[in-house]
Design a protein around this ligand. Structure first.
Ligand SMILES: [Zn+2]
Length: 166
C-alpha cells in the first residue's frame, strides 16, 4: 500500500458538528426528521465528513490510523477511523452500516446535503428490512432504490426547505 493519494481518491475526515455551517446543519436535520417519519425510523443521526485538502491528506490519514491502532490496543474492538481514503463520495452509511449513523459531507451544496441524507437514510432502512448488501447485484439494487428515494425526497422537500437548486 502506498502513502500517496491516487488521483481518483480523496481523503475525508470526521468533523465536529461545531465546524458544520449552520444552514447545512439545519437543512440536514429537517431532512433527517422527515425521512425518519417517512421510513418509520427514529434513531438516525448524522456524522459529518469534510474533504481534507491534498496537502495534509497523507498526514491526516497517518494520524487517524495511529489513533485507531491505539484505540484497539486500549481494548476497543472496532474503533471507527476518523479519516479515510475513498473514491469521491457525497456521503456513506456509517461504519456499522445499520446502526443509524449516516455520514454526510458538509462541504457540498444544500441540495446535495438533502439528497445525501435521504439517500443514506434509505440504505439504512433497506438494510434493516433485509440486510446490508453483499453481492454486486445487491449493491446495484440498493443503489437504485436509494437514488429513487433521494429524488422523491428532494421533490417533496425542495420548496419547504427553500433551498436553491445546485
Ligand atoms: Zn448509495
Amino acid at each position: 500500500m502506498t502513502s500517496e493519494t491516487s488521483p481518483t481518491e480523496v481523503v475525508y475526515e470526521v468533523v465536529d458538528v461545531a465546524d458544520v455551517p449552520l444552514d447545512v446543519w439545519l437543512v440536514a436535520q429537517r431532512t433527517l426528521r422527515w425521512c425518519e417519519g417517512d421510513l418509520g425510523l427514529s434513531d438516525l443521526r448524522i456524522e459529518w465528513l469534510r474533504t481534507v485538502p491534498a496537502i495534509r491528506a497523507a498526514s491526516t490519514v497517518s494520524m487517524a490510523n495511529l489513533l485507531t491502532t491505539l484505540a484497539r490496543m486500549a481494548g476497543e474492538s472496532f474503533p471507527e477511523p476518523q479519516a479515510f481514503r475513498s473514491r469521491p463520495i457525497a456521503g456513506q452509511v456509517g461504519w456499522f452500516f445499520n446502526d443509524g449513523c449516516l455520514r454526510v459531507r458538509c462541504d457540498q451544496s444544500l441540495e446535495e446535503v438533502v439528497r445525501t441524507v435521504a439517500h443514506e437514510a434509505k440504505h439504512v432502512a433497506d438494510s434493516r428490512i433485509y440486510r446490508p448488501p453483499r453481492l454486486p447485484a445487491e449493491w446495484q439494487v440498493a443503489e437504485d432504490r436509494a437514488r429513487a428515494y433521494e429524488e422523491r425526497v428532494w421533490a417533496q422537500l425542495a420548496d419547504t426547505l427553500q433551498v436553491k437548486t445546485r
